[in-house]
Write a protein that binds this ligand. Sequence first.
Ligand code: URP
Ligand code: ZN
Ligand code: ZN
Length: 470
Amino acid sequence: MARVLISGGELLSASGAQMVDVLIDGEQIAALGAPGYFDDVAPTCDRVIDAKGRYVLPGGIDVHTHMELPFGGTAASDTFETGTIAAAFGGTTSIIDFAVQRTGEDVHDGLAAWHTKADGNCAIDYGFHQIIGGVDDAALKAMADLTANEGVTSFKLFMAYPGVFYSDDGQILRAMQTAAGIGATIMMHAENGPAIDVLVAQALARGETSPRYHSLTRPVEMEQEATHRAIMLAKVAKAPLYIVHMSAREAVEAVARARDMGANVFGETCPQYLYLSLEEHLSKAGFEGAAYVCSTPLRSRKEGHQDALWRALRTNDLSIVSTDHCPFCMKDQKELGLGDFSKIPNGIGSVEHRMDLLYQGVVTGELSLARWVELASTTPARMFGLYPRKGVVAPGSDADVVIYDPKGTTDISAKTHHMNMDHSAYEGIHVDGRVETVLSRGRVVIENNTFTGAVGHGVFLRRGLSQYLL
Ligand code: URP
Ligand code: ZN
Ligand code: ZN
């Protein structure tokens, strides 16, 4: 078992920063000590990493990815192998992906299929949420079994995508009641799908076919209304609720109000909603805007949604930043929607850039260092039952560690990224900060901009219940 000493760095946690040396023994953190405390031990270590002038932080946890998801007439272009290697490059050491069950399918079969896709193919650790796309008696029973026995304790439902994953309000209420009874968390895609489908058909009939109509047919009110409805249903069911990929200020205000009333309601946003917009990205000339088609959609910058999301991250009205990594290439995939925006596969890939993009909030003064770590690692671990194994650098925790150079810089481009995508939503962007070295369970997996880990190193994470629930 290798012993690694990380010395001279500034250790970051959700509660602040401290000059601390970190001793790793095998897969776990063995001890923390004041600078120089381990000088006597250093000669016995297999490796001493000099972290002077660097931040040392817990590995990022991206709780919303879709590797290999069959969706929109094609499948997300990252496999578990390519996607987890890309994640590691970006300082993410755990992902939680979504296993899928559709109407008429067996939930256990869906979960087994995702185990087959991921097992032996991941470079970093991974867990699963379960999508319940067909709520019926068998699916509700399976939710209890997955929670009790399979380490899958969160279930995503969809108020959007009729005919694909959509659940009606009665189905949602039943799933929420089940979740309340077993302590599981309901994750909600909150958009009014049936109403959106009407708006989409009307837009297409008017000849409005370009990518920007994806956002214009999914107006803020559709997210706001569904978010409010989900919160009300969760209140009736007494179930914890986590709203995924939030983009509209008014929807976040609904979450904030529920939280102020003491409800177990949580919100997540993603880098695309913080940085990209309807005007600058989705409305690009020709078909270029297709790269930015995702749901919920990118919102108008003029209306102030991006600013409101940053504010909500500061105030804890939003709890987590994930990526909703769902990559599709332009060629042959996004192109399915040439001449009809509704056929563009929904999704943006950014699993490699989440830590860097969120760090820009520290650079611009939107977030403290502690809040950066909290949003990207510690809260994800607590929210989805992985803490303190993950989400903190502390004795006994897995040695998932990022050594981050705040003076470094990162250029984002499809030419250099490791995701299996022929474009980047952040092409040409130059950001401050650089992921320098990444350890996954004590093993150095990234250094000198090279992957030094192994496919198959990543293990399945059996998760407990959310640690935010009373
Ligand atoms: O556009 C998105 N979000 N694609 C992935 C599927 C989902 O709804 O999360
Ligand atoms: Zn969704
Ligand atoms: Zn998603």
